[in-house]
Design a protein around this ligand. Structure first.
Ligand code: GDP
Length: 295
């Protein structure tokens, strides 16, 4: 994960490690390399620029020029700033409703159905939660089948209505089914298109308005870099979602989406997907991710 970025940042900061004392020019050169590494990792231009400006201010404010180990201090400052950029403290999901309704949004192929299953499994293992999955993709019968397969795999019931082509009605019926049968979490998997289009946005917005979920999650493939950030913006404008799920972090991801998304849409990344299996789900901890990036 993020190997390229880690190597480049390490190289950029390593230059300072050998120095007992450094100059403002050394700091500026190092931060230029840091910025280049972030841009190469597909971090949004504005985010990368602001990042280095903030680190520079802190470095000069904290007397990095006279400290005994300037290299170490710079690594710490960069790590702290990365943590802040990715969201500061980890944020959980709101499960206060009875049932708590969680709406999944995102493009087709982003990993919504897989993540719906992972989240249901994760919550089911918490013992106090009894989740129900609801299949609301009325365009692709295969998507409904896929959710049933996932449900069977993890032992969670899937509510679907194949004859119905109204996703709002299906989601409402799913919630009613949950209430009648003692489910305390409802996870609604919706249809996604290959690109943001008006019809999809209207549909998800209608579902959102009708069911008023406790939690709306936006699922995005981290491998898509800046496209992930742009798609997040488009969905956030319509849904004002509560959190982001970054999938496929096990792939050859450059890191741009993970690093930029919070600062662009101002919503936390809540979970990450790290594989195709149902167990490949992790709570997103910005500080742990920053540790991983900086080694
Ligand atoms: P949806 O169209 O948004 O519902 O996406 P799917 O859940 O069908 O996922 C699309 C593809 O991505 C499937 O082949 C999944 O197995 C795969 N996938 C989903 N999440 C992950 C992940 O975290 N890591 C990897 N490697 N593959 C994933």
């Amino acid at each position: 994960m993020f190997n390229n970025l880690s190597d480049k940042l390490d190289k950029a900061l390593h230059v300072l490690k050998g120095h007992g004392s450094i100059t403002e020019v050394n700091v500026a050169e190092t931060l230029k390399e840091v910025r280049r590494a972030l841009l190469d990792a597909d971090v949004n231009f504005k985010t990368a620029k602001e990042f280095t400006v903030r680190v520079k201010e802190k470095a000069l404010g904290q007397d990095v020029l006279t400290t005994l180990q300037p290299g170490q201090l710079m690594v710490k400052l960069v790590k702290d700033e990365l943590t802040e950029l990715m969201g500061g403290d980890a944020e959980g999901i709101n499960l206060s409703g009875n049932p708590s309704v969680i709406l999944m949004s995102g493009l087709q192929g982003s990993g919504k159905t897989t993540f719906s299953g992972k989240l249901a499994n994760y919550l089911k293992n918490k013992k106090t939660k009894k989740p129900l999955l609801v299949a609301c993709d009325v365009y692709r019968p295969a998507a409904i089948d896929q959710l049933h397969v996932v449900g069977e795999q993890i032992g969670v019931e899937v509510f679907s209505d194949r004859g119905n082509n109204d996703p709002v009605a299906i989601s409402q019926a799913g919630i009613a089914h949950a209430k009648a049968n003692g489910y305390n979490v409802v996870i609604i998997d919706t249809a996604g298109r290959l690109a943001v289009d008006e019809a999809m946005m209207t549909e998800i917005s209608n579902i959102h308005k009708a069911i008023q979920p406790q939690e709306t999650l936006f699922v995005v493939d981290s491998m898509t870099g800046q496209d992930a950030v742009n798609t997040a913006k488009a969905f956030n404008d319509i849904l004002n979602f509560d959190g982001v799920i970054l999938t496929k972090l096990d792939g050859d991801t450059r890191g741009g989406a993970a690093i930029s998304i919070k600062s662009v849409v101002n919503k936390p990344i809540k979970f990450i997907g790290t594989g195709e299996k149902m167990e490949a789900i992790d709570v997103f901890y910005p500080s742990r991710m920053a540790d991983r990036i900086l080694g």
